[in-house]
Design a protein around this ligand. Structure first.
Ligand SMILES: Nc1ncnc2c1ncn2[C@@H]1O[C@H](COP(=O)(O)OP(=O)(O)OP(=O)(O)O)[C@@H](O)[C@H]1O
Ligand SMILES: O=C(O)c1ccc[n+]([C@@H]2O[C@H](COP(=O)([O-])O)[C@@H](O)[C@H]2O)c1
Length: 229
C-alpha cells in the first residue's frame, strides 16, 4: 500500500504538494496528483484547497464545499491527503506561506515537490515572493492541453524572468529530488486531459451532464448542494 502523504516514506522520500482552487476538484487534478506520485516516486501528495486564491475573484463555491469535495474525491486513495491549512487561514492563500508552514511541520531536510500544471507554472513570476519558492520546494511541471510550455518543450517557451530563474535547476531524473530538499525543476508527462473546473461549472450551469469528468461522490455533492447552477 502507498505511504500516507505527509508522514509516509523515509525522511528523504519526497512529498508532493498540489494546491488549487478546486472549484470543483476533477479528474485532471486527481490524475495530476496520481501521475506525479508515480512518475516522481513521491511518498504521497497533499492536496491543499485555497481558502482565498490570490489571483482570481471569489470562488463559485465556498471554501467548506471545496474542502468537502476534495475530501470525497480522495477518500479511497491513502496516498492522497487533503490539507485544510489554507481554508482555515484568515490570510490570502499565498503558496510561499503554505510551503513555509509545511517546512516547519516536516523539517528542513524533507524534499517537498510543488506540483503545477503548465498554465500555473507559466504564471509563476506573478506569484507573491515567487523566487523564494525555489528555496522551499522542488517544482514538478505537468503538461496541460492548450497551454505552453508543454512537457519537454517547456524551456523554449518561458518568459525571460522565469527562464533565468530556472537556469541550472532543470532535472530529467526524479532521483535528483531525493538529494536535496528543494530547488530542482522537473517536467513530467501526464495523460493529457482537457478538463477544467470552469468547463465543469459551465456544463452544470447549462444543465448538461458532468458525469465521468469528476468522481461520482463529487458529482453527488454538487447535485445535493445545488452548486454551480
Ligand atoms: N486537466 C489538467 N491537466 C493538468 N493540470 C491541471 C489540470 N487541471 C488543473 N490542473 C492544475 O491543477 C492546479 C489547480 O488548478 P485549479 O484548481 O485552478 O483548476 P482549473 O481546472 O484550472 O480551474 P479553473 O478552470 O476554475 O481555472 C494548477 O496547477 C493547474 O495547472
Ligand atoms: O502565491 C501566490 O501568489 C499564488 C498566486 C496564484 C495562485 N497560487 C496558488 O496556485 C494554485 C492554483 O491557483 P488557481 O487560482 O489557478 O486555482 C492555488 O494553490 C493558489 O493558491 C498562488
Amino acid at each position: 500500500m502507498a505511504a500516507e502523504a505527509g508522514s509516509g516514506g523515509g525522511a528523504n522520500t519526497p512529498l508532493g504538494v498540489l494546491g488549487g482552487t478546486f472549484d470543483p476538484i476533477h479528474l485532471g487534478h486527481l490524475r495530476l496528483a496520481e501521475e506525479a506520485r508515480e512518475a516522481l516516486a513521491l511518498a504521497g501528495v497533499r492536496l491543499i484547497p485555497a481558502g482565498q486564491p490570490p489571483h482570481r475573484g471569489t470562488p463559485h463555491s465556498t471554501a467548506e464545499d471545496r474542502l468537502a469535495m476534495a475530501r470525497l474525491a480522495t477518500a479511497a486513495n491513502p496516498a492522497l491527503t487533503v490539507d485544510d491549512g489554507e481554508v482555515r487561514s484568515a490570510q490570502k492563500s499565498y503558496t510561499v506561506l503554505t510551503l513555509q508552514r509545511l517546512r516547519a511541520e516536516l523539517g528542513a531536510q524533507r524534499p517537498l515537490v510543488l506540483i503545477l500544471g503548465a498554465d500555473a507554472f507559466a504564471g509563476l513570476p506573478a506569484w507573491h515572493r515567487w523566487e523564494a519558492l525555489f528555496e522551499l520546494a522542488h517544482i514538478a511541471v505537468a503538461n496541460r492541453p492548450g497551454y505552453a510550455p508543454h512537457g519537454r518543450r517547456w524551456p523554449a517557451t518561458l518568459s525571460p524572468a522565469l527562464d533565468a530563474a530556472c537556469r541550472g535547476r532543470h532535472s530529467a531524473d526524479p532521483a535528483d529530488l531525493r538529494t536535496a530538499p528543494a530547488g530542482r525543476i522537473v517536467p513530467f508527462d501526464m495523460t493529457p486531459l482537457a478538463i477544467s473546473a470552469s468547463l465543469i461549472r459551465d456544463l452544470v450551469k447549462n444543465g448538461h451532464s458532468v458525469r465521468y469528468l469528476l468522481p461520482d461522490p463529487v458529482l453527488d455533492y454538487i447535485a445535493a448542494h445545488r452548486l454551480y447552477r
